[in-house]
Design a protein around this ligand. Sequence first.
Ligand code: IMP
Ligand code: MG
Length: 178
Amino acid sequence: MDRAKDSRTLRTLIPEAELERRVAELAAQIDADYPADADLVLIGVLKGGVFFCTDLAKRLKTPLCIDFFQTSSYGSGKTAGEIRIKRDIELAIRGRDVLLVEDIVDTGWTLRTILDLFRFRGARSVKLCALLDKHEARETEVPIDYCGFKIGREFVVGYGLDFDERYRNLPYIAVVED
Ligand code: IMP
Ligand code: MG
């Protein structure tokens, strides 16, 4: 184990209780918005969106199905709009109400691509629920229907978000200080 990587300084940005409170609020808002005949498909974006997606799903009263989708950028850098599908959803979404659940919207390229793809596949509605909105970093417009928290440009980890695959299991959101 590389212990040096575990000794980074983390500063709590959003404590666990605050996350729980906000997730419950978002679930109530989503339940209120979707009509009785909605055919809701919650699609969590792997891996970062998994913790948020399952917590949200447990709070929702609207009947739903769950699926997962995974993307990655081409190469190591962030090339505008070049997003690769690593794992596609299993469920058919034509005529259904898709709610994408993502950890964070940064430049916006990932979500822009996924939202367009699900619309192209004929979903009846496609909405986005993102826990964090790094709005200052946006390069392409992505409307967030349900947003947990707006944050600055700082790099955050925890509650699904990683730094080099670490810290995803923190029950709170923290800023990596160094
Ligand atoms: P976008 O395409 O630039 O919006 O990229 C969004 C993706 O980048 C997210 O799904 C995260 O996986 C990752 N990301 C962006 N900002 C952070 C951060 O502060 N911490 C961890 N991952 C991040
Ligand atoms: Mg992600």
